[in-house]
Design a binder for this molecule. Structure first.
Ligand SMILES: NC(=O)C1=CN([C@@H]2O[C@H](COP(=O)(O)OP(=O)(O)OC[C@H]3O[C@@H](n4cnc5c(N)ncnc54)[C@H](O)[C@@H]3O)[C@@H](O)[C@H]2O)C=CC1
Ligand SMILES: Nc1nc(O)c(N)c(N[C@@H]2O[C@H](COP(=O)(O)O)[C@@H](O)[C@H]2O)n1
Length: 244
């Protein structure tokens, strides 16, 4: 399905929160934490349920953000629940050439590229092949998948600082948008030294108490806050207090 055009006030609104043009000598990738939530801070109706929250115009914004990043990162909970495409449909005259590289945190090697929507898009040249982050040598390597061996702080928590450095140094990834899911978001909201921008779509609906909730274990203060009002959604852009 094609995207509706980007609302013309969005580029200017988003600009201060986007990665700087290439040439930056930063030692780590620029990290944008971005997702869509309901009014009751849920990002899906329930565990394992893919749920549309964004309106068509904020969905276009997500693809505009994908256009501006080298990598797109999700946790294993999301890849298994959603079977996402993670490509970029914005900028049609150039086809899908701005699709970011998918990065999947899958320490326990539960997800398969084979049979996924990501692979389908990759084979049609409409998306990139993934980098799968694992904690030990892959038991079974899949064709076209790059594996990144990275230290984990526990069986399910990657060491973000090392991971970001490796993605930068080994894969030349200078900007990453992290889309979720809740476990990943709740963890990164507490890491102002690593997260450069926060872009949250707030959809005009409630998903209920059995939904997957974003709520970090501590309070988080924001700065450089800006709001955009859409037809049915609002978008919050901000920096985490304490970030550089
Ligand atoms: N509305 C939205 O924008 C989005 C919604 N979602 C929804 O989120 C739900 C999935 O969320 P979760 O179950 O929480 O799974 P998740 O996608 O956050 O994955 C969690 C897994 O990621 C891995 N992980 C590795 N290092 C980690 C670290 N340092 N911190 C946290 N996790 C780490 C672990 O294997 C962990 O079990 C799905 O229902 C999906 O539809 C996901 C992305 C965006
Ligand atoms: N921006 C946004 N709005 C929503 O309503 C969503 N449910 C999501 N989900 C994220 O997008 C991924 C799906 O991507 P594709 O459309 O398949 O390319 C999904 O896995 C979540 O990361 N995002």
């Amino acid at each position: 399905m094609s995207l509706q055009p980007l609302r013309d006030d969005l580029p200017r609104f988003l600009e201060p929160y986007l990665p700087q043009p290439s040439g930056s000598q930063a030692a780590k990738p620029f990290v944008t934490l971005t997702y869509a939530q309901s009014l009751d801070s849920r990002i899906s109706k329930g565990k394992g349920i893919r749920t549309t929250i964004s309106h068509a115009e904020t969905k276009t914004m997500t693809h505009y953000l994908r256009y501006h990043h080298d990598g797109i990162l999700i946790g294993s909970g999301t890849v298994l629940a959603d079977d996402p495409g993670l490509n970029c449909k914005y900028g049609s005259e150039e086809g899908y050439s701005h699709s970011p590289r998918p990065i999947v945190l899958d320490s326990r090697q539960q997800w398969r590229f084979e049979g996924s929507k990501m692979k389908d898009l990759y084979l049609k040249s409409q998306g990139q092949a993934p980098i799968v982050v694992v904690s030990e040598e892959p038991r079974e390597r899949e064709k076209d998948v790059a594996y990144l061996l990275c230290p984990y702080l526990s069986s399910s928590r990657v060491d973000w600082k090392t991971l970001l450095k490796k993605l930068h140094d080994e894969f030349d990834i200078k900007s990453i948008m992290v889309e979720g899911g809740a476990t990943v978001i709740n963890d990164l909201l507490l890491k102002p030294a690593l997260v450069d921008a926060l872009i949250i779509t707030i959809g005009s609906r409630f998903l209920g108490s059995s939904g997957v909730e974003v709520s970090p274990i501590q309070s988080v203060e924001l700065e450089a806050v800006a709001w955009w009002n859409g037809t049915a959604d609002a978008v919050l852009c901000a920096k985490l207090s304490g970030s550089k």
